[in-house]
Design a protein around this ligand. Sequence first.
Ligand code: PCD
Length: 794
Amino acid sequence: TVQEHAPNPAAGDPGRPIGFGRLQRKEDPRFVRGKGHYLDDIVLPGMLHGAILRAPVAHARLVSIDTTEALAHPGVLAVITGKDLQALNLAWAPTLSADVQAVLVTDKVRFQGQEVAFVVAEDRYAARDALELIDVEYDMFPPVIDARRALDPGAPVIRDDIEGRTDNRIFDWEIGDAAETEAVFANADVVVAQEVVYPRVHPAPMETCGAVADFDPVDGRLTLYETTQAPHAHRTLYAIVAGIPEHKIRIVSPDIGGGFGNKVGIYPGYILAVVGSIVTGKPVKWVEDRSENLMSTSFARDYIMQGEIAATKEGKILAVRTNVLADHGAFNATAQPTKNPAGFFSIFTGSYDLKAAYCKVTGVYTNKAPGGVAYACSFRVTEAVYLVERMVDILARKLEMDPAELRLKNFIKPEQFPYANKTGWVYDSGNYEPAMRLSMQMAGYEDLRREQLEKRERGELMGIGVSFFTETVGAGPRKHFDIVGLGMADGAELRVHPTGKAVVRISVQSQGQGHETTFAQIVAEELGIPPESIDVVHGDTDQTPFGLGTYGSRSTPVSGGAVALVARKVRDKARFIAAAMLETRPEDLEWEKGRWFVKGDPSAGKTIAEIAFGAHGTVALPEGIDGNLDAEVTYDPPNLTFPFGAYICVVDVDAGTGHVKVRRFIAVDDCGTRINPMIIEGQVHGGLTDGVGMALMEIIAFDEEGNCLSGSFMDYLIPTAMEVPDWETGFTVTPSPHHPIGAKGIGESATVGSPPAIVNAIVDALTPYGVTHMDMPCTPARVWEAMQGRARPP
Ligand code: PCD
């Protein structure tokens, strides 16, 4: 393994490497040999199979439901309806956003694909066949599909289940100083405004969602295997919702084939599997198919943003202001910290030193699938970055300035960190200009601009797009952030066995990020035990300490901090044991990676393995030191981490067809201390590919009646190797000053930073046509329309 070395003073240790090594992933032998163990691989004795009947329409009263024929179908053991759940008080479940969501429809269907009934049968085929035998009568209502119409007087009220509701407004939320911002706008030389839409997209992980519920009626224990990114939080929620005592619930999250935020919430299917198991007394498996995943599980984005930016004529950006309409679908099931109804959208001030900022967000119900999940996005930072990076480009065009120069002119300066922005965030550390300059150098920016000019003269459409982003990841300090009352901290437990091999138990849950490797590397770095001698245990609530889970790129910032600290706790304890073994005082010992030795006599020392044996051996231990080399911590981070990056995209647009080719993409990321540079590159490559998908082809669309038009991979396009270039990645290192090893998150950076770079490049290419903005997805048809002067919202 090769380490990237450089002085890293901010991590509190001048000699610390900035990269712990390109260690091959410990989990890959099982994945590449097809030996991964995913949810659908779980087979329990006597296991039954569940299938969900879904509503074919978007808005309708449920008049009647007849299950007789379905129940008579061979192999069927139970058909559960909303009425049955009502009797158990389980028809409605709380969402992650203080709303409730129907587990099965009792009164009214509120989106196409909503759960209506659940069949439990001996096999998946019988269960699915029986769905067709259920007879449902609906009384149709006009649906509310366009969020812009949701607050019209007379619009049908979607949530008439909530007492006293007369409209579709969920919340109004604002941040920043409206009056101060207004004053800055009023006196600015230049103001530009633009409506920017981030369309509804879907995380679409390779593995769909599913659960296997195994309720043991004798001792009242529920074992629930689930595709979940947050097993501990789920356990607590099931205890609250289903009334099963928490110590009787075990959640196991096996290998997961991609989460991307899609597996944060609790879906009706999970609860139905539990009910099915309680009703039949047997384990019940439910696994959704691709259409169910795309049509009913959490979508992402769906923000209509009115952006405004104010500047001097010399190009000093003064203020940003925005008014957002947020479409949350039929139930407010958005996954985000309780106090943040618009997530971390308030980071829309970007990477710039502003005088003022203000934003207002209005959330509305529509007859669409619920969710609003942070798909590769720390709670709406993706929307925020897209807005500000489009606005800065539009301003550059207006001022006839180069977009990279305009950004360089307005960055927060290194000496301004920690930087308090105008909406209440304190950016921990940053050094933006070197990252921007490095990306420009890697791209050959000047040459690209020259090439573009020459091509323009020949009528060829080449575009260069720049974006610069700052993220807010690692929620969070528990005093500020909680999910349904659970503070956002994470635990870690470390045991060093007598022979010096170690097991670290963590509360976060990998979905492919490589935690079994990187968390072992953190312990290895702190204790000098080789990473291959450290096992990382995760994903089973009976085996791991409590914590809030993996999303919002929080594992490294929060759980990674916990793991570094628990290893240091073991190291501190080892000092006392080593002193006892060496018959000296702890303060006379000095640490070098892997061992404590006597100051001035390096030959007298004990390695961690020797100390571990000593801890479990016969030497008399000092008062207060018990006989093991174990420790545990719960880490509550003092702040979030603020990774950043500079991206440059080069596109060629076919003037005849509007087809966009992403020819080059340069990504310079700064995530502080880099644990595993190879894993980081993989994370960035994946996120950049996500970005190409959203910029060019992905959208969950609906017709006027609320039919979902994107219910399969034939209609919901995702990028393949054909649509992406060879990524060119680079990095700078600005450690987090408060994180134990100086690391910031990286998992979502590229998904956040790439869509604006691509769209900026496309709009740049279309300059000869007078196009100043177009909304995603930039499909050939929409690009061609924009060239005809007919750009329209998606
Ligand atoms: N790292 C390193 N260094 C640094 C940072 C980081 O090395 N500095 C690494 C770690 O350790 C890991 C990774 O890298 O392994 C990542 O990390 P982070 O950033 O911390 O993150 P996490 O938490 O772990 O994870 C999460 C993320 C998210 S969030 C998402 S979307 C996505 C990403 O992750 N998802 C996924 N990535 C991925 N990958 C994969 N394979 N799969 C998946 O699914 Mo959300 O909120 O949920 O929407």
